[in-house]
Write a protein that binds this ligand. Structure first.
Ligand code: FAD
Length: 318
């Protein structure tokens, strides 16, 4: 049986997390991997879905679906799922994905497992490993329903980039008007070149940066690394940085390949938002700062001396 993958995009650019979901589905499926993409998406972007492992892409090229209205997306994906006769839906764990997946679980009478970190173990039943307690533990979930929805955690799988070109089929689904009852009237875009939840590299500053006037040091390093910028909660509470940059238990949870924490002590509430990062680099002048215990690499030093040198070194490397 085939596996269907729900593709998310931001203004036509397919999200990396969705490409990871496609690669996960490719490794999982013994049959075809079919992706469903909703709204206006560039052909080159759809080609990346093929490279990530999709055999075929159903593209509903309807601009009404651009805004990501949850009910409409859930209805379109449900129809796609039934049309292709899939038994598993794979998608990326995300705020839109969570809401769409919950509705699909009801529509398809499917079991939903979220935050999946590994391919299911099918040697004895169907067991799925998922991350819980903001990445501090794993749970094993046994699924007994015939239809399954797996929401894959960011960075949990290696992204495939050598897949063959996928056939793109333009399709239309009959989505009843009441699915568009929610209207998105305006969207406030986060500033900065790289959006924090999507960033593969994040450079974050804490109170050790002393004030907003010093944030150019964080931004310079972020620019050289192609990174998004984040901060600790007090930094956004004081108003040094906007709230959408606040990382942690009560802010944005990130799972980048590289998280650089500068002048952040490493309180448990901050770590709760970053402990799924693949590699953590900590810069702190206090060798006893708790963040060093969670770090892969640490630099004990003054941020105001280390950051310019690090930025120069990255520049030189490039
Ligand atoms: P500080 O604790 O003041 O640490 C500053 C660090 O900078 C120190 O380690 C210091 O050694 C270092 N430093 C100082 N000068 C330099 C320098 N020149 N060079 C290098 N290093 C230097 N916090 C979050 O971040 N996210 C959350 O989501 C969050 N949620 C919370 C929820 C609750 C319910 C509560 C109670 C707290 C929450 N907090 C959260 C706050 C958290 O407990 C910490 O107080 C906060 O993370 C500390 O921020 P900080 O590390 O920037 O500041």
């Amino acid at each position: 049986m085939s596996v269907l993958v729900y593709i998310e995009h931001a203004e036509g650019s397919v999200k990396k997390t969705s490409l990871e979901a496609v690669s996960f589905a490719k490794a999982l499926s013994e049959g075809e991997v079919i992706a469903v993409a909703l709204g206006s998406i560039d052909e080159n972007e759809l080609a990346n879905v093929g490279k990530a492992g999709a055999d075929k892409i159903l593209h509903v090229d309807d601009e009404k679906l651009n805004a990501g209205v949850i009910q409409a997306h859930a209805e379109a994906v449900a129809q796609a799922y039934k049309q292709v006769g899939a038994n598993t839906l794979v998608l990326a764990k995300s705020s839109l994905g969570d809401a769409v997946a919950a509705r699909l679980a009801v529509k398809l009478d499917a079991a939903l497992v979220s935050n999946v970190v590994e391919l299911p173990d099918t040697s004895n039943g169907y067991k799925v490993k998922r991350s819980i307690y903001t990445g501090k533990a794993f749970a094993e979930t046994t699924v007994s329903k015939a239809h399954k929805i797996l929401a894959v955690k960011k960075n949990a799988v290696d992204l495939k980039t050598d897949g063959a070109a996928a056939a793109v089929e333009k399709v239309n689904f009959d989505i009843a008007g009441d699915n568009f009852a929610t209207q998105i009237t305006s969207t406030d875009k986060a500033t900065g070149e790289v959006l924090l939840p999507e960033a593969d590299i994040v450079v974050s500053g804490g109170r050790g940066m002393k004030g907003p006037e010093n944030w150019n040091l964080i931004e310079d390093l972020a620019k050289e690394l192609g990174a998004g910028t984040g901060c600790s909660k007090p930094v956004s509470d004081i108003g040094w940085r906007p709230h959408h940059e606040h990382v942690g238990q009560t802010g944005v949870k990130v799972a980048p390949s590289l998280y650089v924490a500068v002048g952040i002590s490493g309180a448990i509430q901050h770590l709760a938002g970053v402990n799924s990062s693949k590699c953590i680099v900590v810069i702190n002048k206090d060798a006893e700062a708790p963040f060093f215990k969670a770090a892969d690499y640490g630099i004990v030093g003054d941020a105001f001396e280390v950051l310019p040198k690090l930025t120069e070194a990255v520049k030189a490397l490039k």
